[in-house]
Ligand binder design. Structure first.
Ligand SMILES: [Zn+2]
Length: 1006
């Protein structure tokens, strides 16, 4: 039996049911046996109570890809781009730690450490284990990488953390479990990340970057260390996380960088020599330490002694640090009250905890991040939109792949189509670098999905994802073959987004197999390029399926061509009728073949003059879709009248149709740095338009049903409303962005509505809880706004909305993007950006994506789903909608007639999960055990119906999974839930700043 869970529950029976409270409480169930000892802080050096204790933390920051690929960084290849070789860093650090037991080092990125570990001898591995056991080498953070916080989705972040932490657990046991989360480089910090870290059992969190105005205020108020209350749904302290801001980003104090890459003077301590400088060094150090102590609360301060890829020759650092500690502490005999010590983040954290103080409470997040008045890091929310989409769809593939690995059992990994893998089975295979999981894990890095890497590195991430998906395809084919009883080859059409699928375009008869990774029914539109004019389609039970063939306009870079496109909408229900094995979801097959008897209705009068982009005025031939009426928008739009004639408003004639909105695609011209206020240019990280007024790209044309809008030769949009959908689909296509005028461009989609939003809008945090945003406002300090557009942009990972008493307009995105509400009633989302200058934040390249396929510049296509509902019920629509976009059905094809014995449907679910419960993870953990994550996907109070506790009966969830026992884990599955003990922290009273709702009093006080 597959997915047997081996740890017998203690008594009663193995029936396991659990109350889930609203929002997360992601029950993670597992089954590993851990040693149960509790790691304290035994290895920290003693501190001196009456003195200022300076904790020196030797560290290196090793990007899992940025200017070089992850492989180049590991081996130290291409040092002409950047001198960096991680393997040498670890070699050198271990060697230096052994030379002096006082020395400490922390290591962060498990993707690198794992590679290094594999190459070590048994002796060396034992030596390193001893260093870890003695606390001389400490892992912090410990995920596969240090994920980006603005552009990642929680599902992928949890996976990559689980992967890194599992390696540390399996290799080092409890002493290898990081106690501290460490995001020293990401460009702004998400509340959901803090919530996840708390639920993963971390005691504290440190980071380096925050808005310069915020930092200045916090320094004066001594509020650089705080308690982050990171969820409004979870009962404190479940999502409380102690959070500290590091003093110098993550660099050493000025004048104290002793890496081979630095130029600061070494400590010259031979008094016989002329250039003896110990007194000078000690004086400067004491000055800095006293200064730093003024802006922190306790008599403990931390100094990060290291930076990017440092410690390749660790002797330089340690030799000087040894001396620094010795000479500074010698001054104590002369009355100095400064005590310096080797330390780690967890030792420092322990001292803060011992101080037994109360800490200011933080309720919102740390976006957007600006490092000075005209330098808002809000461009990367959208940078590399194609990579961002590829990362998101890859996560959907990965979750499906993991589910089908559980479903298929051993045959999924070795079956008729060869050897496949997701990432789980044996401990070795888990971390195979070619696997899809590790490609996904690496892609979460803060210079990967963020879009802030060099072009060749972006290409490498995409190549790794493609390679991982190829491994998964074999697994998926094996499982589907086993479950259906048909070994017919499966075809994966990966270019359906550009209407390319050779099989459906040429085959006379083919089958479509749709796998729904969600544990509830969905209705999913399928659009296929075909060559026939009409098709007879039947579902698994032989019932006819409605469809429509229409003429599709396909624009290549230079011309328009036409293609037929078949649309149908399928309903996917969990099926109880077949007894095929396990697990949620369902797959159904539909046969499609051309029919001679039916004639196709095409839209009338589609002429070839379309290549000139004239006005299209098409009337519907027949209506699969409900009507959409287009009317001019003058009557309600809050926009300046000059824009009005260019927008169309759409009235949707469905149950949600009460309000009006209009959609415009516009662009900002990017700043080239030639500006009287600042020379800052727009680049991969930074968004800075050269004016605050967007340019309307061109006139819209509109038709009913499927409205095609051509704004210009390089910007178009299709508006669709499917019969059974609760949302309007906007499919945008942008590119190649022209740069003939020597200006970079940042293209936005702007939705204007009559909603009275009063300067307030809402964005999600990593795809989960919603945060309230207010124009030109920050909840925890008085903002001096200096960039009216870029300073009001926030990350949108899955959705954003505006609302008033009557209506809520929600946009669900298919990837992470940046956006804001610059005018009341308006929501704008940046789609694509093409820039001509580097923004001087390190990447050293303009964000100007071109390739052999797109020599004129990258063309990107994506979807926005719009829903309009009364605010009270809006979440009931956008929560399931966003999950459908994140975990979308996998469509595969088989050519020709199916064998009559082929099984066409199966479901591993006995029944669908309650609407509030999302099936987040099902993956094989080891041979007999399965990791299951269930999530309450509604935020507290957002839905009358669904924001309620809900009970799930695990016994009755799976139709064939034989559950022998269940154990609950923390979120990252590296600790038993009942052994999870975290440090408790006390909040100052009256300092709670929340990100959502209840803001009115704070706001009116401004
Ligand atoms: Zn970095």
């Amino acid at each position: 039996m597959i997915g047997k869970i081996h740890k017998q529950m203690s008594h009663d029976s193995w029936l396991f049911s659990k109350m889930a409270t609203p929002e997360y409480t992601p029950f993670v169930f597992l089954l590993l046996l851990f040693q149960s000892s509790v790691w304290g802080f035994p290895s920290c050096h003693a501190t001196k109570p009456g003195m200022l204790n300076v904790h020196l933390v030797p560290h290196t920051h090793d990007d899992v890809g940025w200017l070089k690929t992850v492989d180049q960084y590991f081996y130290g290849d291409r040092n002409d781009i950047q001198h960096a070789g991680v393997q040498y860093i670890l070699d050198s650090v271990v060697d230096q730690l052994l030379k002096n037991p006082d020395r400490r080092f922390i290591y962060v990125e498990t993707a690198f450490f794992y590679r290094w570990w594999k190459q070590q001898t048994d002796d060396m591995q034992n030596t390193v284990k001893q260093l870890v056991n003695e606390g001389r080498l400490e892992f912090v953070n410990g995920g596969w990488c240090m994920s980006d916080e603005a552009t990642t989705h929680y599902s992928a972040v949890i996976d990559q953390m689980t992967m890194g932490l599992r390696f540390l657990n399996d290799t080092f046991g409890h002493c290898g479990r990081p106690r501290v989360a460490w995001h020293i480089d990401p460009f702004g910090h998400a509340r959901e990340h803090a919530s996840m870290f708390a639920q993963m059992g971390y005691d504290g969190f440190f980071f380096g970057r925050l808005d310069y105005q915020d930092r200045n205020r916090r320094m004066v108020a001594r509020e650089q260390e705080m308690l982050w209350r990171a969820s409004e749904s979870l009962t404190p302290p479940m999502a409380d996380l102690f959070t500290g801001i590091l003093p110098n980003g993550y660099n050493p104090p000025e004048g104290f960088c002793w890496d081979q890459s630095c130029d600061d003077p070494p400590i010259r301590d031979d008094p016989d020599l002329e250039d003896y400088n110990v007194d000078d060094v000690v004086t400067r150090f004491l000055h800095i330490a006293h200064g730093q102590a003024l802006v922190y609360k306790t008599n403990h301060i931390i100094m990060t002694m290291g930076s990017d890829f440092q410690y390749e020759n660790a002797n330089l650092w340690y030799k000087n640090l040894d001396k620094l500690i010795r000479y500074v502490n010698q001054m104590q005999s002369n009355g100095s009250e400064v005590n310096v010590l080797y330390s780690t983040p967890s030792c420092y954290l322990q001292e803060l905890h011992r101080a037994n103080l109360t800490w200011p409470l933080k309720g919102d997040d740390f976006f957007p991040y600006a490092d000075s008045a005209h330098d808002f890091w809000t461009g990367y929310f959208t940078s590399r939109p194609a990579l961002k989409r590829y990362e998101r769809i890859s996560n959907s593939y990965l979750q499906t792949c993991k589910q089908l690995e559980v479903l298929g059992g051993p045959i999924s990994r070795k079956g008729p189509f060869g050897a496949g893998d997701s990432e789980t089975l044996s401990k070795c295979l888990v971390y195979t670098l070619s696997s899809h999981s590790s490609a996904m894990a690496v892609a979460q890095h803060h210079d990967a999905v963020s879009g802030t890497e060099k072009q060749h590195v972006a290409n490498d991430y995409a190549r790794k994802l493609a390679n991982g998906w190829a491994h998964c395809q074999v697994l998926v084919s094996n499982t589907l073959s086993s479950l259906s009883g048909s070994s017919a080859p499966r075809v994966y059409c990966e270019h359906l987004n550009i209407s390319v699928c050779p099989l459906t375009e040429t085959s006379k008869k083919f089958s479509v197999n749709v796998y729904n990774p969600l544990a509830r029914p969905v209705s999913w539109p399928v659009r296929l390029p075909v060559n026939g004019t009409a098709y007879r389609i039947s579902d698994a039970k032989g019932k006819a399926v409605d469809s429509q063939v229409e003429l599709l306009l396909v624009r290549t870079t230079y011309s328009l061509s036409t293609l037929l496109s078949l649309s149908l909408s399928i309903s996917l229900y969990p099926s109880l009728s077949l007894s095929i094995s396990l697990y949620p979801s369902l797959s159904l097959s539909i046969s499609l073949y051309p029919s001679l008897s039916l004639s196709i209705s095409l839209y009338p009068s589609l002429s070839l003059s379309i290549s000139l982009y004239p006005s299209l005025s098409l009337t519907p031939s027949y209506s699969l879709y409900p009507s959409i009426i287009i009317s001019p928008s003058q009557s309600f739009s809050p926009q300046p009248s000059s824009l009005l004639s260019l927008c169309a408003s759409i009235v949707t004639l469905r149950d949600f149709l009460s309000s009006l909105f209009c959609v415009c695609l516009s662009r900002y011209n990017a700043s080239d740095g030639n500006n009287s206020e600042s020379i800052q240019m727009s680049g991969a990280y930074i968004f800075r338009p050269n004016t605050s007024t967007p340019f309307i790209i061109s006139k819209t044309n509109s038709v009913v049903q499927e409205v095609r809008q051509w704004f210009s030769p390089w910007v178009s949009q299709v508006v669709r409303l499917y019969t059974d959908s609760r949302a309007l689909e906007l499919e945008w296509t942008v590119g190649p962005v022209p740069i003939g005028d020597d200006l970079g461009k940042e293209v936005i989609s702007r939705l204007d509505s009559s909603i009275n939003s009063s300067g307030v809008f809402y964005t999600d945090s990593n795809g989960r809880e919603m945060l309230q945003r207010r124009k030109d406002y920050r909840p925890t300090w008085n903002l001096r706004q200096s960039e009216p557009i870029a300073g009001n942009y926030y990350p949108i990972n899955s959705r954003a909305y505006i609302k008033d008493d009557k209506d809520q307009l929600t946009v669900v995105t298919d990837r992470s993007q940046g956006g804001g509400s610059i005018q009341d009633g308006s929501l704008e989302i940046m789609l694509h950006r093409r820039l001509l200058y580097d923004d001087v934040r390190g990447v050293g390249e303009p964000l100007n994506e071109m390739s052999d396929i797109y020599p004129e510049g990258l063309v990107v296509r994506g979807r926005h789903l719009l829903s309009l509902s009364p605010p009270a019920t809006a979440a009931d629509t956008h929560r399931p909608l966003a999950q459908e976009v994140v975990l979308q059905p996998l469509i595969t094809f088989t050519d020709g007639e199916l064998h009559p014995s082929t099984r066409l449907e199966f479901s591993g679910l006995q029944a669908v999960l309650p609407p509030a419960v999302h099936l987040l993870t099902v993956s094989q953990w080891d041979q007999d055990t399965v990791l299951l994550r269930l999530e309450h996907q509604y935020q507290a109070s957002e839905s009358k119906e669904h924001s309620q506790p809900v009970t799930v009966n695990l016994q009755k969830l799976f139709s064939t999974l034989d559950v022998l026992g269940v154990s609950e884990m923390n979120l990252s599955a590296n600790q038993w839930k009942d052994e999870m003990t975290r440090l408790d922290w006390k909040a100052e009273s009256g300092t709670h700043h929340t990100g959502v709702t209840n803001q009115l009093s704070a706001y009116s006080a401004l």
